[in-house]
Design a protein around this ligand. Structure first.
Ligand SMILES: Nc1ncnc2c1ncn2[C@@H]1O[C@H](COP(=O)(O)OP(=O)(O)O)[C@@H](O)[C@H]1O
Ligand SMILES: [Mg+2]
Length: 394
């Protein structure tokens, strides 16, 4: 009797990207590639350079510096100029009924052919990856992918819209104001007066679309606001000014589609005054406490809020929900959601699942299965009008 091995599932891992979180993505991808269940899955690496060009196969692997693979965490190394960029940014040139042939430029039959890849794990953080753009491309291509869909990804990326949806769902969020570049440029004094009358100092100034604390500043006085606003405006045309919460930073991982589960919460203790870019990736000394030292009631509250925040944005697959636990009031605030959280083996998202009983390799497996399940259930939806069954007369 000949036993035929089941066909391996081909997983496209898309990493890198035109984002300030490029290096974080390389480290996450390296971890996933090293830990995925190789008996079940076959990896197709797809790298995107910092300039937005797509690199395939061995060239893609070369985007990840050896040092990052060894360290298992993000290291800021300038990109290797030797890496050959063989594909231009894919542009859907024509609609072919869900086929993806048009996405890869001819004559090269790229890996985004629907018969070449069964599922994609986009390991892209920040803009052009976590924000619905790549998700939209994959939707058009008809390929299942890990994580939130276009809507959840896009609103999860925009701190203004995200927080308004949280507030609408009755979730506690710190008080915030939103300003557009034109308001700030032409009415700077009025805007500053509005901030001073409505927001308690110290406050946080954030580009609406950012991540990894890039462009985020803590302003202790109206005087410090100017510099903070000017810098935040370099990253986005919309900025938030948010009341600072004094307390602890707690994070909770969520996993699932229709019935999401929340992990045990963890705590971040930043080495700096707040969890800025350097405290996250450059200066060693920030600590992750897993599980966080919390009372049973606090854990219950945080896990409940994490699932509520996830549902408020229509998330699927995964997300990490971040909180502030205010001292001494014990009040919990939802800060933000990350739809593609850091995914190295030592990152908070997988670490919290490990502490909740799901290993890193199993987590990757579950996420890929969730992606394929979501795709299957959405494929069942009809997309043309069908007359509903007539109801029986009473
Ligand atoms: N309202 C706030 N009160 C206290 N600290 C804050 C507040 N907003 C942001 N921070 C600090 O700034 C960090 C980054 O802000 P966050 O909104 O999480 O942006 P990012 O998406 O870049 O992580 C947080 O982890 C926290 O240390
Ligand atoms: Mg954050």
């Amino acid at each position: 009797m000949v036993l035929r091995m089941p066909k391996k599932i081909r997983v496209g891992i898309i990493f890198g990207g035109k984002s300030s979180e490029h290096e974080v993505s390389l480290a996450s991808a390296a971890s996933i590639i090293a830990s995925i269940d190789q008996d079940k899955y076959e990896i197709v690496p797809i790298g995107i350079t910092k300039t937005g060009r797509w690199v395939l196969g061995e060239g893609a692997k070369k985007l990840i510096p050896q040092k990052v693979i060894e360290a298992g965490r993000p290291i800021l190394i300038p990109p290797d100029p030797q890496v050959k960029e063989i594909l231009p940014m894919p542009v859907p040139s024509e609609s072919r009924g869900g086929s993806t042939a048009s996405l890869a430029h001819r004559p090269s039959r790229g890996p985004l052919e629907s018969n070449a890849i069964d599922v994609v794990f986009p390991v892209l953080h920040g803009r052009f990856g976590e924000d619905g753009t790549i998700q939209g491309l994959l939707e058009l291509a008809g390929i299942p992918y890990v994580g939130g869909g276009v809507l959840a990804s896009a609103v999860g990326m925009d701190k203004d819209v995200m927080k308004r949806l949280f507030r609408d769902a009755g979730l506690p969020v710190p008080k915030f104001l939103v300003f557009r570049a034109e308001d700030l440029n032409s009415h700077r004094a009025t805007s500053k007066r509005r901030i001073a009358s409505m927001i308690r100092f110290p406050c946080f100034v954030k580009p609406a679309n950012s991540g990894s604390s890039v462009g985020i500043h803590k302003a202790h006085s109206v005087r410090e606001l100017d510099r903070a606003l000017a810098d935040a405006l370099r990253y986005d045309e919309k900025v938030l000014v948010e009341e600072g919460i004094v307390g602890r930073e707690i994070e909770c991982s969520v996993l699932g589609n229709q019935s999401p589960l929340a992990s045990v919460p963890g705590e971040v203790i930043p080495i700096h005054e707040f969890y800025d870019y350097e405290a996250k990736y450059i200066d060693e000394g920030s600590r992750l406490i897993i599980p966080a030292k919390l009372t049973k009631a606090q854990v219950k509250r945080i896990r409940g809020l994490a699932v509520a925040a996830y549902k408020a944005l229509d998330c699927t697959g995964m997300a990490r929900v971040d909180f502030f636990l205010e001292k001494p009031s014990d009040k919990v605030y939802v800060n933000e959601i990350n739809t593609i959280p850091g995914f190295t083996k030592i990152s908070m998202y997988p670490k919290l699942w490990e502490a909740s009983g799901i290993s890193y390799t199993e987590l990757i497996d579950r996420l890929l299965q969730l992606a394929m399940e979501r795709h299957k259930s959405r494929a069942r939806l009809i997309c043309s009008y069908e007359r509903p069954e007539p109801t029986d007369p009473e």
